[in-house]
Design a protein around this ligand. Structure first.
Ligand SMILES: C[S@@+](CC[C@H](N)C(=O)[O-])C[C@H]1O[C@@H](n2cnc3c(N)ncnc32)[C@H](O)[C@@H]1O
Length: 157
């Protein structure tokens, strides 16, 4: 099952790429036109493995989004996200109310490693592991010496 409504709704992008890949690969993937906040076990089902890649920092309600995602994970989640403020050990999230992150108004929050791990535990994962951490070249206005980049986590129910 796949959902990517935010992009499929953009007239200049649409769903053509997804449909081409599905056809060429002979894939049976089902598509749902839902916002991540609207998924639930009743609406989409529960899956052994869920990929939540590059979306967490695009939602204005990250903990709620993770609650929804966790509700459809049977065993394991793979989460990839932008992260910020990794110079702090305590769980903190940078807030970008005015497109401070890469001049992109759809980037809302940069959680640090501790915040991602804590949020994953709060929404019901018993084991969380950081799998990779990569610095990135994009600019964040006002970030000073903050440590930011991308991280991949695996989490298990
Ligand atoms: C940086 S792209 C990542 C795309 C892809 N998952 C990847 O890893 O290459 C951000 C994606 O977040 C999706 N997105 C943003 N807000 C969303 C929301 N509220 N619900 C579901 N998807 C959302 C967009 O559709 C877009 O495809």
């Amino acid at each position: 099952m796949a959902l990517d409504k935010a992009v499929w709704d953009v007239p200049t992008i649409g769903k053509r790429g997804f449909e081409l890949a599905r056809r060429v690969l002979g894939s049976k993937v089902e598509d749902f036109e839902l916002d991540v906040l609207d998924i639930s076990p009743e609406r989409v089902g529960v899956f052994d493995l869920v990929l939540f890649l590059g979306v967490l920092y695009h939602v204005p309600h990250p903990l709620l989004a993770l609650e929804r995602v966790a509700s459809v994970v049977g065993k394991q989640l793979i989460l990839e996200t932008h992260v910020d403020m990794n110079e702090h050990d305590r769980p903190v999230l940078a807030f970008y109310p005015e497109g401070e992150c890469a001049d992109d108004g759809s980037n809302w929050f940069g959680p640090n490693r501790a915040a991602v791990e804590a949020m994953l535990r709060v929404v019901g994962f018993r084991k969380v592991e950081l799998m990779s951490s990569t610095p990135v070249p994009y600019k964040i206005r006002g970030a000073g010496k903050s440590q930011y980049g991308r991280m991949v986590f695996h989490a298990w129910k």
